[in-house]
Write a protein that binds this ligand. Structure first.
Ligand SMILES: [Fe+2]
Ligand SMILES: [Fe+2]
Length: 191
């Protein structure tokens, strides 16, 4: 893996200012959640720092990388270009940042949609992305509080928020987002 200051240098050069500032917020939030929930803080830091590595790339470049890797997209992924930066994130994580840790690469990959049976690190990065200090939406303060107390409950609330947000805007919803939420409900999350 390359050094953190080299990652920061790459991100400053390849992300617009707002996105870089968002990334710093995700790093701080992810480290805090990792500390509280007994996750590896270094892994949380690297996954958070890297999660939006591909966010400001052109869609044509994103698609080219996806095709080069031979990744087959689901219909939801194919139709929703907003998801492509997350699909490309682990590819660039490996190529540019030389990250080899599968848990970190998984958290980068699933930070936008979630998925069935997420790891603790997956959940921390998903939540940190949504609740970092610059984010604003109704109910965010409650979600910030729950994220510190119960990761699974916070995930159900976060996924519900995301699904409602997309429904209200008549946008499609990735099947993995439903699977992520259903899995938590089927596995005794305490509501
Ligand atoms: Fe993202
Ligand atoms: Fe993000």
């Amino acid at each position: 893996m390359i050094r953190i200051y080299e990652m920061n240098k790459y991100l400053k050069e390849n992300l617009i200012e707002n996105r870089y500032n968002h990334t710093v917020g995700v790093v701080n939030t992810a480290i805090e959640l990792a500390e509280i929930h007994g996750e590896n803080k270094f892994k949380a830091e690297i996954a958070a720092l890297s999660h939006d590595i591909a966010k400001n790339m052109k869609v044509t470049d994103l698609k080219k990388l996806i095709d080069e890797e031979g990744i087959s997209l689901t219909i939801d992924e194919e139709k929703n270009m907003e998801l492509w930066h997350a699909i490309v994130a682990p590819i660039l994580g490996k190529k540019v940042f030389k990250i080899e840790d599968d848990e970190i690469l998984s958290a980068m990959r699933w930070h936008t949609t979630g998925k069935e049976n997420m790891s603790r690190l997956d959940k921390i990065i998903y939540l940190a992305d949504l609740i970092e200090p610059s984010r604003k939406f109704n109910g965010i303060d409650e979600l910030r509080k729950v994220a510190k107390e119960d990761l699974d409950l916070a995930m159900v609330k976060a996924l519900t928020h995301t699904i409602k947000y997309l429904l209200d805007r008549n946008l499609a919803i990735d099947g993995n987002t439903f699977k992520a939420r259903n899995y938590l409900l089927y596995n005794n999350v305490k509501l």
